[in-house]
Design a protein around this ligand. Structure first.
Ligand SMILES: [Cu+2]
Length: 79
């Protein structure tokens, strides 16, 4: 069965200022990948950001920031 997206996948960049070492992005990325509707999650320690591709029909930015907060990292969508 093929996955059909009703809407176009969206990409959001989250600022994650609490990432203080090179292992933090791994925790952040894993937390984001667990959110249903997330297609792809990347995190970057150098820029202290996480980039998430998600299906807007299944999740929303607040669910992504909640997921990082629950993992111990507050995040905010970059405008
Ligand atoms: Cu760390």
């Amino acid at each position: 069965m093929t996955t059909v997206f009703a809407g176009e996948p969206k990409t959001v960049v989250l600022d994650v200022p609490g990432m203080t070492c090179k292992f933090c992005p791994i925790t952040v990325r894993k937390a984001l990948q667990k959110v249903p509707g997330v297609i792809e999650a990347k995190s970057d320690y150098a820029s202290k950001t996480a980039t998430v591709v998600y299906d807007p029909d299944k999740t929303e930015v607040s669910a992504l920031t909640d997921a990082t907060a629950n993992a111990g990292y507050e995040s905010h969508a970059r405008k």
